[in-house]
Design a protein around this ligand. Structure first.
Ligand SMILES: *[C@@H]1O[C@H](CO)[C@@H](O)[C@H](O)[C@H]1NC(C)=O
Length: 487
């Protein structure tokens, strides 16, 4: 409100705000996250099935960082916690229900698909002006689910930021919050108290890069570059584009890091201070730190939201046992495309024509919860899974999940293994914690869903990435998976 400095006088900012407000259709206060699918394996496993202890399926209510949090893989690793888990300070009352989470996940998937088809269309028609595309087509994306704490400024201030491989720009809420800031756990960053902060000027290469990093042309206010970004779950951030020192760990310091200093922020970012963009654009942290870390990062997402994982920049701590699949040629500059060739359930290959996968292509995403498959692939997977689960009573479907079981009378359950063959014939066995999504003991669901259209992209989501070391070697043009990445 009060501060007249800023943001309000710029015409292009009015334009932003108009667009942002226009995009706030049917406000739905859903939050994007994956609270539930938590489970631990018993020792016994085979190629055909996992034996899962039921007490470990449901979300824990106490943060358990003892097993994993103290054993980060390297001194350069950041601790990863779930946005809605007990390791991050959230208000109980603001925790979304399973169907709200899944609805938000669905809106993220929709915006990913519209962004991809938008950039594909843009490439196709780049040489002609005869086709006008809707200006705002799908430039939005729901915020992710996992966060890390980093230091910003000089002296550094600690901030918890969601990390997202489907976003490019890094931003945080900034004082004086000229328009609005939402509630966050740590004090809001104040650039006037940082000796190394400076505004980015209009017309500079970094400012111009915002167009591809956010999908919106930058604005300009008294020669300061203004960014605006909106997400598919009706969240947004608008503010000054600045640079300052980013401290990842005591030994990993990035000077002159470009980020958005948000003066007008809204949405349910779950008490976090903003977002770290890990996608492919030159403004993403991966590209801004390419000299330091060689365009390589890896993470491990914990099996339960009450446990912690890790995010590590650089090559040096990547396990030798990691298996790689090449990134496939990208459409657009944001997402990480890969190839999926085939799937196995309970050790048996599903009969799916390879063109089912190649039609729309595939991406991996840290911010989508449930893996989305082409309809024909989903049907084959679901039928095979159900066939091997006939001894269990079915439960009520929830939202996009149609294959749920009532496990309330069981202590352990046996579920078929699921494996994926990626490009280069790299076979990855999904961890037992990455197959089911538990709403309650009487509603434990197969954590896959069909796309609504055969031309929508396959999205390899974060439930299916749990406990693996997932390595994005952008310089080497390959994606890696290693077992037991959370140690
Ligand atoms: C950045 O630019 C804005 C708008 O011109 C101004 O209000 C703010 O004081 C500037 N910050 C610094 C540190 O120069």
């Amino acid at each position: 409100m009060g501060n007249p400095t800023a943001v309000s006088s710029s015409k292009s900012l009015h334009h932003f705000i108009f667009i942002l407000i226009a995009s706030l259709v049917l406000v739905s206060f859903f939050n994007n996250g994956a609270a539930a699918a938590d489970r631990k394996l018993l020792a016994s496993e085979s190629h055909e099935f996992h034996t899962i202890k039921l007490s470990s399926i449901l979300p824990g209510s106490v943060c358990d960082s003892s097993s994993q949090g103290h054993k980060l893989p390297s001194p350069s690793s950041l601790k990863v916690v779930h946005k809605h888990g007990p390791c991050h300070k959230t208000k109980e009352s603001s925790l979304p229900s399973a169907s709200e989470l899944l609805a938000t996940d669905e809106s993220r998937v929709k915006s990913i698909n519209s962004r991809i088809s938008f950039s594909a269309a843009r490439n196709t028609f780049a040489s002609t002006d005869s086709v006008r595309l809707p200006a705002k087509s799908g430039s939005s994306l729901g915020a992710g689910n996992y966060l890390v704490q980093v230091g910003l400024g000089t002296p550094k201030k600690d901030l918890s930021l969601i990390f997202d491989t489907g976003s490019d720009l890094t931003w945080t809420q900034c004082e004086p919050c000229a328009r609005s800031c939402y509630d966050q756990a740590e004090p809001i960053f104040d650039p006037s108290k940082s000796s190394a902060y400076s505004n980015v000027s209009c017309g500079t290469p970094a400012c111009n890069q915002l167009k591809s990093a956010t999908g919106n042309s930058p604005g300009c206010n008294t020669n300061t570059c203004v960014y605006g970004i909106q997400y598919g779950d009706q969240s947004f951030s608008v503010g000054f584009f600045g640079k300052d020192t980013l401290t990842l760990t005591p030994t990993d310091v990035v000077p002159n890091f470009f980020f958005g200093c948000g003066q007008n922020n809204q949405g349910l970012f779950g008490q976090t201070a903003g977002l770290i963009g890990l996608a492919r654009d030159p403004l993403s942290i991966v590209q801004q730190t390419s000299k330091q870390y060689g365009q390589v990062f890896s993470y491990c997402l914990p099996s339960r939201s009450s446990e912690t994982g890790s995010l590590t920049f650089g090559q040096s701590y990547v396990s030798k046992a990691v298996k790689y699949t090449p990134f496939s040629s990208s459409q657009g500059t944001t997402f990480y495309f890969i190839d999926v060739l085939a799937m196995f359930v309970g050790g048996q290959k599903l009969q799916i024509s390879p063109t089912v996968f190649s039609t729309a292509g595939s991406i991996i995403d840290s911010g989508t919860v449930i893996t989305r498959l082409p309809p024909a692939a989903y049907t084959a997977l679901r039928d095979a899974f159900r066939k091997q689960m006939t001894s269990y009573p079915m439960g009520k479907p929830v939202s996009i999940l149609d294959t749920c079981y009532d496990f309330s009378k069981y202590n352990t359950v046996k579920i078929p293994t699921i494996s994926i063959i990626f490009g280069g014939n790299t076979k990855i066995d999904i961890d037992g914690s990455g197959i089911l999504y538990a709403v309650s003991s009487s509603q434990v669901c197969l954590a896959f869903a069909p796309n609504s259209d055969a031309s929508d992209v396959l999205i390899y989501g974060n439930v299916q990435q749990k406990t693996m070391q997932v390595v994005y070697d952008v310089a080497g043009n390959k994606l890696g998976f290693g077992a037991k990445g959370c140690l």
